[in-house]
Ligand binder design. Structure first.
Ligand SMILES: [Zn+2]
Length: 195
């Protein structure tokens, strides 16, 4: 006897024979199609209700590869109009870009070295001191770049000081970009070790 069909004494709760031939009351019966009001009420009740992650994946899988007709797409478009998106989408739309961003500081000009003779002289002096060798990986016979230990933008007075320059290869110089402060100590240490 299947579980749940007997009481404590082992007697069946329902006599299986008694049900034989009887048609269940709900056989072939269907709920009437939901009215608009009813659908709206269901929508209201589900509003703000979080769908679990497993269920979300299931829903996603069910809809995968489904082709949405143009009419339906336009309908969704109309429904979405004026609605707020997730923060990441808001960023993509560019509402917080550039001047509208809270970290905007008036716009900095891109970092570019001048082609002045002063700069060229500083560069060749740094290279000569370091023998055109990358001071990080000690690579030779490579394309070298001069690196400002104290940044070009923040330390205008140190721009053409030879002690503020170090020879690096291109890959090593790439490592220092946006991490100038971190590499400052390493560069100074390398220069001290030379003397
Ligand atoms: Zn290197």
């Amino acid at each position: 006897m299947p579980k749940g069909y007997s009481n404590k004494d082992g007697k069946p709760l329902i006599n299986p024979q008694a049900r034989k031939g009887k048609v269940p009351w709900n056989k072939d019966k269907k709920l009437p199609p939901l009215s608009k009001k009813w659908k709206d009420n269901i929508g209201k009740a589900n509003k703000g209700h979080l769908v679990s992650k497993g269920k979300r994946i299931k829903i996603g899988n069910k809809h995968r590869g489904k082709i949405i007709s143009i009419e339906l797409r336009n309908k969704i478009k109309r429904g979405m109009k004026g609605k707020h998106n997730s923060p990441s989408t808001e960023f993509k739309k560019g509402e917080h870009k550039g001047e509208n961003h809270w970290l905007w500081k008036g716009g900095q000009k891109p970092y570019k070295h001048p082609n002045s003779s002063e700069y060229k002289q500083w560069r060749s002096q740094v290279f000569k001191r370091d023998n055109y060798i990358c001071q990080f990986c000690e690579a030779t016979k490579i394309y070298v770049v001069p690196h400002h230990i104290k940044g070009w933008t923040n330390y205008p007075k140190l721009r053409y000081k030879i002690n503020n320059g170090i020879t690096l290869c291109r890959p090593c110089h790439k490592l220092t970009i946006r991490k100038e402060a971190q590499f400052e100590e390493i560069c100074l240490f390398k220069l001290l070790a030379k003397d």
